[in-house]
Design a protein. Structure first.
Length: 220
């Protein structure tokens, strides 16, 4: 009785573990699952234009590779454009260098984490006149988290920058950094995982043109 009980149980456990392994191997989260803290989950300096980043253009703006960087240009007022890396993560430290090339200093640009789709994600943005915010798009509705409006930080290089941005999404904690300094920290539990990416937008004046480089996602 003892042997006939142990063997089927062992076999069932083996089958269960194999099934979990196969599901994980077919998931875009597999790199995240096996990575150690400090490992790069994804990196792109935009020198290779065959990556997953979209290259699109219409009357509202454009996104694409220019001179080994990724540019987002916004031609309409009160409009945002965003782009995802094409990979999913749970906890992630997202970083990139961002430079204003043209347009008003009252603008928006920054990083995205835990994007479930185009209508659901977290963002950390700054402006070229020195302001920042953490927020989310949920069901296509924008909400700032932990602040009622964008706040000023002297750590942001105004004008043409450039600024090194970092957005940590770890558990329910969201932290935004500019040039190595933490400027915002808040909490939210709506999105447990998702893609990472870039965004730029205009406020009252169109013509925002932002260049991004050295995009990296690190296991925190």
């Amino acid at each position: 009785m003892k042997n006939t009980f142990v063997k089927p149980r062992h076999l069932s456990l083996t089958i269960l573990l194999l099934a979990i392994f196969l599901v994980a191997c077919n998931s875009s989260l597999i790199t995240d699952l096996v990575a150690r803290p400090g490992d790069k989950l994804f990196w792109d300096d935009f020198s290779d234009q065959s990556g997953n980043w979209p290259q699109e253009s219409d009357s509202n703006g454009s996104m694409g590779y220019i001179n080994s960087a990724y540019h987002i240009s916004v031609k309409s007022t009160g409009y945002e454009l965003w782009s995802f890396s094409g990979h999913a993560y749970v906890d992630a430290r997202v970083e990139a260098d961002a430079t204003r090339l043209a347009g008003p200093v009252q603008n928006l640009f920054g990083l995205i984490c835990r994007a479930r789709d185009n209508d659901n994600y977290y963002f950390f943005v700054i402006s070229s006149d020195g302001y920042y915010a953490i927020g989310k798009i949920k069901a296509n509705q924008l909400t700032l988290i932990g602040q009622k409006m964008m706040s000023y930080s002297p750590d942001i290089l105004t004008g043409n920058g450039p600024n090194h941005l970092r957005f940590d999404c770890v558990g329910q904690t969201l932290t935004g950094y500019v040039n190595g300094q933490a400027v915002a920290i808040t909490n939210d539990a709506d999105f447990p995982d998702g893609d990472a990416g870039l965004l730029a937008g205009s406020i009252d004046t169109a013509g925002v043109d932002i260049s991004f480089d050295n995009f990296v996602v690190i296991k925190p």
